[in-house]
Design a protein around this ligand. Structure first.
Ligand code: NAD
Length: 490
C-alpha cells in the first residue's frame, strides 16, 4: 500500500509531456520518517535520456525559445517563481514527505529560497552583455576593425543533483541556465525525484516552452551515466559526492564538455576564546545539525581554543541530547530522519568508527523504531588524522578538538582534501582579516555559518569542486564567449 500524498507524480517530463517509462524495474521512493514506499519512479535509461536530450537540443534550434527576447525569458522565470510560491503548501509537504527534512525548512529553503533564486536569476536574462574590444591590428593598410564579444548560450545542459535540497538545487541549476538561454535535462537523485517533477510541470504552466526544461528520473549509474555521455549534451552541471564528481570530470574531459562540479566538504568551525561563547555554541550546533547534517557545508569539525574547549563541547553536546527527533511534518521536531536506509547505515558505521577514534560526549538514547533516524552525536578529542576528521559523513556527527593559537587553528582547518566552507567565531577584527585569506575554502563565514544568498558565489577549493554557482558567475557558467572581428575600409 502506498500513502496518498498530494503532488506525487510517477512520470517524467520530456518535451512538455508526461512520459511513463522504465528501462528495467521501477525504483521505489520512500518516506524516510516511516520507511514506507510512497511512489515508484521509472529508470529513463539510454532511451529516455536520448528522447530528453534530443527534445532539449530541438528546443535550441530556431525555436520559440531561441526567438524569445531576454525580457520574455525573464518574465517566464518570474512567473515560475510565483507558481512555486502559490503551490508552496503542496511542494513543502511533498519535500518533507520524500526527504524527511523539517517542514519549516521545506517552506523556508526549498519554496521561499527557491522562488528567491528564480527571481534573482530571472533578472540576469536581460543583463548579459559582451564587450566592445579596442584592438590594434595594424594591417592591411587603410583597414579598421570593429571587434566585440557575444555571449551565447552554451547549449544543452545536463543537470544532476543530490537529495539533500532536492528542489532548491534543481532551481540552482535550471534558473541560471534558462536565464542564459540554454535548455536543460535535469536528473534528480533517485531518493528524491518528486518536487523536481512538479517543478517541471509548473515551468510548463508558467509558459516555458516544451523541451526547454526536461526532468528524467533514474539511478546515477544507468540514467546519470547515459546523460553525461550523450553527445548532444554541451555542459554538465553536477552537485554530489566527490567520488562521482571524479567520474563525471573524466567523462567531460573525454568529450570536451563544459563542466561544473559542486562536491563534498568537511567544513571547519573555528571558535576563539574572545567570541560570544553562547552564540558560538548555538552556531556550531546549528552548523552541523541543520538538515540532519546532510549539508555539503555542514560544520562537521569544530576546533575550539583551549581555555573554552570544555565549556563549548559541553554546550554543543547538551543541545544535541535535548533535540527532539521525529517526523519533519510534526512541528515539535528538531531533527528529522536521514534520507534513506542506506544513508542511516553509512552514518551509523561512522559513529561506530568514531567510538574508537574519539570520546563520545553525547548520550545514546533511543531513536524512533520506524524510519531512518540517527541521534545527533558529538565526539571530542578527535585527532586530525582520524577517519571521522577526514571523511565526509553527511549526517549529524560532529568531531571536536582544541587549538592553542591562530596558526594551529589555520593548520587544522586546511588539513583535509576539501575546501568548501569554513566559519570563524571571534570578535577580534584584526584576527578576522588574518584568517579569511588563510583558510582554504570557497566560503568563509564569520560569526555565522551556512548562510547563502543568490548574489553570493558558492563553490569549492581543492576536492570540493570546480566552478561557482550563484551570482553573476552562475549565469556566465552557462554562456560561451564568441569573439567577432569585422574589417572595414577606412
Ligand atoms: P552522489 O554523488 O551519490 O549522487 C548525486 C547525484 O549524482 C544523484 O543524482 C545520482 O543519481 C547521480 N549519480 C551517481 N552516480 C552517477 C554517475 N556515475 N553518473 C552520473 N550521475 C551519477 O551524492 P549523494 O549521496 O546523492 O549526495 C551527497 C553528496 O553531495 C555529498 O558528498 C555532498 O557533500 C554533496 N553535495 C555537494 C554540494 C555542493 O554544493 N558542493 C551540495 C549538496 C551536496
Amino acid at each position: 500500500m502506498t500513502e496518498q500524498i498530494q503532488g506525487i507524480r510517477e512520470h517524467m517530463i520530456i518535451n512538455g509531456k508526461a512520459v511513463e517509462m522504465s528501462h528495467g524495474e521501477r525504483i521505489p521512493v520512500y518516506n524516510p520518517a516511516t520507511g514506507k514506499v510512497i511512489a515508484h519512479q521509472g529508470e529513463a535509461g539510454a532511451e529516455g535520456v536520448d528522447q530528453a536530450v534530443k527534445a532539449a537540443h530541438q528546443a535550441l534550434t530556431n525555436s520559440e525559445w531561441t526567438q524569445m527576447l531576454p525580457a520574455q525569458r525573464e518574465r517566464l522565470l518570474l512567473k515560475l517563481a510565483d507558481l512555486v510560491e502559490a503551490n508552496g503548501d503542496e511542494l513543502a509537504q511533498l519535500e518533507t514527505t520524500n526527504n524527511g527534512k523539517l517542514l519549516s525548512m521545506s517552506y523556508g529553503l526549498e519554496v521561499y529560497s527557491g522562488a528567491q533564486w528564480l527571481r534573482y536569476m530571472a533578472g540576469w536574462a536581460t543583463k548579459v552583455s559582451g564587450d566592445v574590444l579596442n584592438v590594434s591590428i595594424p594591417f592591411p593598410p587603410n583597414t579598421g576593425y570593429h571587434a566585440y564579444t557575444r555571449l551565447e548560450p552554451v547549449g544543452v545542459v545536463a543537470a544532476i543533483v543530490p537529495w539533500n535540497f532536492p528542489m532548491l538545487m534543481a532551481i540552482w541549476k535550471m534558473a541560471p541556465a534558462l536565464a542564459a538561454g540554454c535548455t536543460v535535462v535535469l536528473k534528480p537523485a533517485e531518493e528524491t525525484p518528486l518536487t523536481a517533477i512538479r517543478l517541471a510541470e509548473l515551468a510548463l504552466e508558467a509558459g516555458i516552452p516544451a523541451g526547454v526544461f526536461n526532468v528524467i528520473t533514474g539511478t546515477g549509474e544507468v540514467t546519470g551515466a547515459a546523460l553525461t555521455a550523450h553527445p548532444l549534451v554541451n555542459k554538465i552541471s553536477f552537485t554530489g559526492s566527490t567520488e562521482v564528481g571524479h567520474i563525471i570530470a573524466r567523462q567531460a574531459a573525454q568529450d570536451m564538455k563544459r563542466v561544473a562540479l559542486e562536491l563534498g566538504g568537511k567544513s571547519p568551525v573555528l571558535i576563539f576564546d574572545d567570541c560570544d561563547v553562547e552564540q558560538a555554541v548555538q552556531g556550531a550546533a546549528n552548523a552541523i545539525f541543520f538538515n540532519q547534517g546532510q549539508v555539503c557545508t555542514a560544520g562537521s569539525r569544530v576546533y575550539i581554543q583551549k581555555g573554552i574547549y570544555d565549556e563549548v563541547v559541553k554546550g554543543i553536546a547538551a543541545m544535541a541530547d535535548q533535540m527532539v527527533l521525529g517526523s519533519g511534518l510534526d512541528e515539535n521536531t528538531q531533527i528529522g530522519p536521514l534520507v534513506s536506509a542506506r544513508q542511516k547505515a553509512r552514518v551509523e558505521k561512522y559513529i561506530e568508527i568514531g567510538q574508537g577514534e574519539g570520546r563520545q560526549v553525547t548520550s545514546n538514547t533511543s531513536v524512533p523504531e520506524q524510519g531512518f533516524f540517527v541521534r545527533p552525536t558529538v565526539f571530542a578529542d578527535v585527532d586530525i588524522g582520524a577517519r571521522i576528521s577526514q571523511e565526509e559523513i553527511f549526517g549529524p556527527v560532529l568531531v571536536a578538538n582544541t587549538f592553542s593559537d591562530e596558526a594551529e587553528a589555520i593548520a587544522l582547518a586546511n588539513q583535509t582534501q576539501f575546501g568548501l566552507g569554513a566559519s570563524v567565531w571571534t570578535n577580534d577584527v584584526n584576527r578576522i582579516h588574518r584568517l579569511v585569506p588563510a583558510v582554504t575554502a570557497g566560503t568563509v563565514w564569520v560569526n555565522t555559518h551556512n548562510m547563502l544568498d543568490p548574489h553570493m558565489p558558492f563553490g569549492g577549493f581543492k576536492q570540493s569542486g570546480v566552478g561557482r554557482e550563484h551570482g553573476k558567475s552562475s549565469v556566465e557558467a552557462y554562456l560561451e564567449s564568441k569573439s567577432v572581428c569585422i574589417a572595414y575600409n577606412k
